[in-house]
Design a protein around this ligand. Sequence first.
Ligand SMILES: Nc1ncnc2c1ncn2[C@@H]1O[C@H](COP(=O)(O)OP(=O)(O)O)[C@@H](O)[C@H]1O
Ligand SMILES: [Mg+2]
Length: 247
Amino acid sequence: TILLPYEKMREVTKTVLYDNEDPPQHWHTYLEKVKASAETIGYPIFIRSDEASNKHDWVHSCYVEKPEDLEAHMFNIVEFVEMQFLSDLVLRGFIVREFMELDVRFTAFNGFPVAREFRFFVKGGRLQCWHPYWFPSAMVEPSTEDYISILAEMENLPETDLEILTGYAEKIAGVLNGYWSIDFCQLADETWAMTDMATGNQSYHFTRCQHTPEQQKEDYPDPYEDTWKRQKEERKALQEKWAVKTP
Ligand SMILES: Nc1ncnc2c1ncn2[C@@H]1O[C@H](COP(=O)(O)OP(=O)(O)O)[C@@H](O)[C@H]1O
Ligand SMILES: [Mg+2]
């Protein structure tokens, strides 16, 4: 993982996205630094900004196969951050990571590889609860019809793995105060990697969990609801309703 802080992102965002002009010279200097980091790590690479990866746009955002794609993928993330103006996302730089081969079961969204990931909540240094990271209501355009049963199977976390991840989560939380969510994903070789953390109060909990804030229960559907199937049916009904009737 290589962190590349960049203080002039606001200026570049304004120039490129709002004024439709070429980026200033310091952007090109920064881009060369990101490229050099990617070269050191080796393609494909995983990129993200300090606060977001726009993972749902996978093949156009965080997953980068070659140097020629880097700038466009970075601007995809810049635009994503800019579109989140209702939240307080900002962009203070990019992060280049070695691309890890996950234990992928199918893809969803824009080619995103869905693998076994779990979210652990720790409060005051102790495990509060944990749940799978992926679930039916989060899925959009899964690559297989069978995704609900595959997700159900992926949710099984053997006792030994639960012990390992609880150990990791409490160790990480031990050096930080407060309330945190910590995400772990399983690699193809069955080991675990920590990929992300966020403050506990701002992290999604399974709505069936006893620790879920009331507001979240209202805002999100039941994780086991098959929303993708419902959306498909609604879309089909709309298409039929508005279909142009050829004489
Ligand atoms: N280095 C990596 N190699 C492969 N996949 C990764 C890597 N880092 C993250 N991912 C995948 O991308 C997802 C999003 O990454 P993350 O850093 O958590 O971004 P975000 O904050 O946008 O969720 C992870 O849940 C994981 O599935
Ligand atoms: Mg994440």
